[in-house]
Design a binder for this molecule. Structure first.
Ligand SMILES: [Ca+2]
Ligand SMILES: [Ca+2]
Ligand SMILES: [Ca+2]
Length: 470
């Protein structure tokens, strides 16, 4: 009796919590019954800016699927300094993201951040397409000026800037751009996908593909210090810096990125560093890029680069480096990275830059792990000091190169009963196993992944007994 009473009280508390949360959501539905609406669940605003204007710090603006277009209150969206979340109904569902669309149809930008928004101003799970800055101005789809919003799980496509930054333009910004697809954007000058100046951007887990500009087809950086992690930069085009352009004392950090099949009519197919700018490139793959000078990398006018634990087609010998500014560190190679699917002359939409593995490769189409006939040399070939712990076991206890290295989609390698990763399953591994016997934890010795090391795991271990790497 006491227990059930407690349960009732708990349920009442929980529902009170959910009601008070619900009060903080302001709803937008392009098909709402009234215009403008009041922002409630049953009477949502029809236009996004009305909901933003109605929101206070920590509120959520929830935008229902639909195409938001043809009205100034659905573009040039201005959070006005508020720490609010502006999102679709389910930012983690790709179908919802693809169908919740801000389409200025060339009449304006998607978002304009210029009031000191911080990382708690979040845009999540929206598609922004066909946005356009005023001719001659920067930032086609999103413009951040002295503002640091977080943009995640968004698709930014077919944006156009009459100046720089067809997708994003960031000026004195510390924005985070996370898990976004930035594709088909173009700029008159710099940065087809992203252009940043005096900005310490963080760009994580993004697909930056099919963008174009004069310099920096994918990304352009001047005088800032952006960090680009776990990104695929592919099929971008420019005169210099097909994938990435570093300009005027900018310091660009590229970590675990796959930069492939970008093209520069002049210099630097993957990257071009010019005018005392520098790039530090770690655990990355620079492959099949094209340029007149420096097919993968060009260093001009005192531009410099430091490269370590990377797979660079043609290696240092093909880096255009007339001033001898290349720091070629340990761990670099030139070997076919064995991408899952990559035909440089085929349809870019079919490309998949996960690394082939006989031991398990994540296949996004089937949402499952598959086995290949070959194993990429980029697996377990990143910097031994990089954090590999997120990679699924067996992970070689070493990070992979490329965009999926260090993530939950990293290709696997080796036998899962080879706990000490020495290429065989023997008494040393059994000793490690015995050491964990009946321990209640998720560890690599818990081969059945049920949170306890017991007979089910011993059975798997026995099946792998005396395995040897070929
Ligand atoms: Ca690994
Ligand atoms: Ca072993
Ligand atoms: Ca187990």
């Amino acid at each position: 009796m006491y227990k059930s009473k407690k349960l009732v009280i708990l349920l009442v508390c929980l529902s009170a919590v959910s009601i008070s949360n619900a009060e903080n959501i302001i709803y937008v539905d392009v098909n709402g019954p009234n215009d403008p609406g009041t922002g409630t669940f049953n009477d949502p605003f029809r236009k996004i800016q009305y909901a933003i204007d109605d929101a206070n710090d920590s509120d959520i603006v929830e935008i229902r699927p639909g195409i938001y277009t043809a009205d100034p209150n659905n573009y040039n969206l201005d959070p006005n300094g508020k720490a609010i979340i502006i999102r679709s109904i389910e930012p983690n569902d790709p179908n919802i993201v693809a169908n919740t669309i801000i389409d200025p149809n060339g009449a304006g930008r998607g978002f304009y951040f210029h009031s000191g928004e911080d990382a708690n101003c979040i845009v999540a799970g929206l598609t922004i397409r066909n946005a356009n800055s005023v001719p001659g101005y920067n930032g086609g789809s999103v413009y951040c000026y002295y503002s640091d919003p977080t943009i995640r799980n968004c698709i930014i496509e077919n944006g156009r800037a009459g100046g720089s930054g067809g997708g994003f333009f960031c000026d004195y910004s510390k924005s985070s751009i996370i898990n976004c697809t930035i594709t088909g954007n173009s700029a008159e000058y710099y940065g087809g996908g992203i252009s940043c100046i005096f900005s310490d951007l963080v760009i994580v887990g993004c697909m930056i593909a099919g963008n174009a500009a004069v310099e920096g087809g994918g990304i352009d950086n001047a005088q800032g210090n952006p960090t680009i992690i776990n990104c695929v930069v592919t099929d971008n085009k420019a005169s210099s810096g097909g994938g990435v352009s570093c300009y005027y004392r900018g310091e660009t950090n590229l970590i675990n990125c796959t930069v492939t099949k970008n093209s520069a009519t002049n210099a630097g197919g993957a990257l071009c560093c010019q005018y005392e700018s520098s790039a530090t490139i770690d655990n990355s793959i620079l492959w099949a890029n094209e340029a007149n000078q420096g097919t993968q990398l060009a260093l001009m006018y005192e531009g410099s680069a430091s490269v370590g634990y990377c797979n660079v087609q043609g290696e240092w010998a093909e880096v255009y480096d007339p001033c001898d500014n290349l720091d070629w560190r340990n761990g670099n190679m030139d070997a076919d990275p064995c991408f899952a699917t990559f035909d440089p002359n085929g349809d870019p939409n079919m490309w998949d830059f996960h690394l082939r593995s006989m031991y398990g490769r994540w296949d996004g189409n089937s949402q499952s792990w598959v086995a290949d006939l070959s194993t990429s040399p980029c697996i377990d070939a990143g910097d031994p000091n990089s954090d590999w712990a997120v990679e699924p076991w067996p992970n070689g206890k070493r990070i992979n190169m490329g965009a999926y290295g260090g993530t939950s989609q990293a290709s696997m390698n080796g036998n899962r009963a080879d706990f000490d990763v020495d290429g065989s399953v023997d008494f040393i591994d059994f000793a490690e196993f015995a050491n964990k016997w009946l321990e209640q934890e998720f560890c690599i010795q818990d081969l059945s992944a049920d949170g306890v090391v017991e007979f089910a795991d011993l059975r798997v271990f026995a099946e792998n007994w005396l395995w040897k790497e070929q």
